[in-house]
Design a protein around this ligand. Structure first.
Ligand SMILES: [Zn+2]
Ligand SMILES: [Zn+2]
Ligand SMILES: [Zn+2]
Length: 182
C-alpha cells in the first residue's frame, strides 16, 4: 500500500527532523519561503516589543527565541537545553525555563500542549485568539487568527458561568504540502 509506505517514510523523516531541527535553518523550507526572513522578522519584532514595553531582551532570551524559530516545527525544552548546553549564556535549566516563560508571557512564542513544545508566534504584539494547524506528517505548526472561533468559545464558556482566560486551540491533520507530496 502506498499509504503505508508513505507513513513509514514520514516516520523516518520525522526522526531525522527531530535530530536536525536545531541545526542551522535551511535556506528554504518545504513551503519554499526564505526562513531566514522569518527568524529576522521574529527577532526584530521582539526587539521592538521589548523596547516599547521597557523589557530587557537579554542575549539568552534572544538566543532561545532564535532556537524556537529554527523552523516552523514546535521545539521541546530538552532539545533547547541540549542546544544551549555548549553555549556560554547561562544555560542552566531554570534559566532557560525562565527565558521561555518570558517569551510566552510577552506573546513571542506559544506552547503547544499536545507536543509539550514551543513555537514562535507569527504575529507578536497582536492579540492571540487564534488556533494552530499542526501537521502530523511534517510537524509544522501554522498559527491562524480567528476572532469568531474564540468568541464562540468564550460565549459558550460564559453561559456555563466560566470565565475563559487563555486558550490555545490545536488542530491536527495534514498540511497542503504534505498532501501534495503524498
Ligand atoms: Zn519560515
Ligand atoms: Zn501568536
Ligand atoms: Zn505537513
Amino acid at each position: 500500500m502506498a499509504l503505508e509506505r508513505n507513513g513509514a517514510y514520514s516516520r523516518a523523516i520525522l526522526a531525522w527532523q527531530i535530530e536536525t531541527a536545531l541545526k542551522k535553518p535551511p535556506k528554504a523550507s518545504p513551503q519554499g519561503h526564505d526562513h531566514n526572513h522569518c527568524i529576522e522578522d521574529a527577532i526584530a519584532a521582539a526587539e521592538k516589543l521589548c523596547a516599547t514595553k521597557g523589557l530587557r531582551f537579554t542575549p539568552l532570551r534572544r538566543r532561545v527565541l532564535e532556537l524556537v524559530w529554527s523552523s516552523h516545527k514546535p521545539v521541546g525544552a530538552y532539545a533547547l537545553l541540549d542546544e544551549l548546553r555548549n553555549e556560554e549564556l547561562g544555560s542552566a535549566p531554570p534559566t532557560i525555563y525562565r527565558a521561555l516563560d518570558f517569551l510566552i508571557e510577552n506573546g513571542l512564542i506559544h506552547r503547544i500542549e499536545r507536543m509539550n513544545a514551543f513555537v514562535g508566534c507569527s504575529h507578536p504584539g497582536e492579540n492571540h485568539r487564534g488556533f494552530f494547524l499542526i501537521c502530523g506528517e511534517c510537524g509544522n505548526a501554522e498559527e491562524l487568527q480567528s476572532e469568531g472561533v474564540a468568541d464562540t468559545i468564550v460565549a459558550s464558556a460564559s453561559r456555563r458561568g466560566f470565565v475563559a482566560r487563555d486558550m490555545t486551540l490545536e488542530v491536527t491533520g495534514t498540511c497542503a504540502d504534505c498532501r501534495r507530496s503524498a
